[in-house]
Ligand binder design. Structure first.
Ligand code: SAM
Length: 279
């Protein structure tokens, strides 16, 4: 991300999150309606777009944020309600292999301690992945990464301030968002991608997580958003099947992001993604 873009983002995600949309903040303004009432984001993840819009005063009324990952949602709720306790808890934790595995094994009983563990593991694990085994136990290895200012406490406090300004947070399946959507609201949807970009293969690891059936449910949701005369912005993979499913519901835009497939040292490639809107 360029420095110029960084300057525009006043508050940034406090987590590393797969499929994060910080790169889209540089062009999201091109897709926004002139004015909208409430804001909804049902695939919250790291919340890059919400934090960008809220900290730039583009969201002026209520926001409804949700995700079906309950641990993730608990972290937002705790940062909203108990930022000082979260920060005090994080300060005590060390970024070492030994502490990582000790904390990974722990099962805190209070919600605030569960949030502290979740944020710690997200920041110190390998690539910040979120992965649990069949028993629901987090099983990502240690990241071996030294980072100055690992948790960026001042940013956590800024996130907390924003979450206390007319923001509703809950854990739910994305379809429930419709219950609160009213005329002129804006719904930003960033689902996990089911098909790989610009090729024919389905993303294997994702198959159990977000199926093609879910993409079809998403298309049904868009129809209901349209019926309610609200706005949507949907991101998705640049793939023929995606175009077929969503094109008759709105306008399709192509956006480009850099991707460093191949890891450190590999050359950065440009990857196309789709944005669909009814704006
Ligand atoms: C691509 S990520 C969102 C990333 C986010 N926009 C960001 O910038 O960090 C997709 C999110 O959808 C959530 N998710 C997956 N299936 C879901 C479902 N059925 N209902 C609600 N959320 C779901 C995942 O937990 C994940 O956080």
């Amino acid at each position: 991300m360029t420095e110029a873009l960084n300057e525009k983002i006043k508050v940034k995600p406090f987590l590393r999150w797969a499929g994060g949309k910080r790169w889209l903040t540089k062009s999201i303004n091109d897709f926004l309606p002139k004015d909208f009432n409430n804001y909804h984001e049902p695939f919250l993840g790291g919340a890059s777009i919400f934090l960008y819009l809220k900290s730039n005063n583009i969201i002026k009324r209520k926001a409804f944020l949700s995700d079906f990952n309950t641990e993730l949602i608990n972290a937002y709720k705790q940062i909203k309600q108990n930022p000082d306790i979260v920060i005090k808890g994080l300060i005590k934790l060390k970024n070492t292999k030994e502490d990582y595995y000790k904390i990974r094994k722990s099962k805190p009983r209070t919600l605030v301690n569960q949030a502290i563990r979740f944020i710690y593991l997200n920041k110190t694990s390998f690539n910040g992945l979120y992965r649990v085994n069949l028993k629901g136990e987090y099983n990502v290895p240690y990241g071996f990464k030294e980072t100055k200012d690992l948790f960026e406490f001042s940013n956590i406090l800024k996130v907390s301030t924003l979450l206390n300004q007319d923001v509703n947070i809950c854990s739910d399946d994305f379809f429930s968002v419709i219950e609160n959507v009213k005329t002129n609201d804006l719904v930003f949807l960033d689902p996990p991608y089911t098909v790989a970009h610009e090729n024919n293969g389905f993303i294997k690891y994702n198959q159990k997580i977000f199926l093609w059936d879910d993409q079809e449910r998403l298309a049904d949701l868009l129809k209901q958003i349209i019926e309610k005369k609200a706005y949507f912005i949907l991101t998705n993979a640049a793939h023929e099947s995606v175009e077929k499913l969503f094109s008759n519901l709105g306008v399709r835009h192509k956006v480009q992001r850099s991707s460093n497939i191949g890891g450190k040292g590999a050359s950065r490639q440009k990857v196309n993604e789709y944005v669909f809107t009814n704006i």
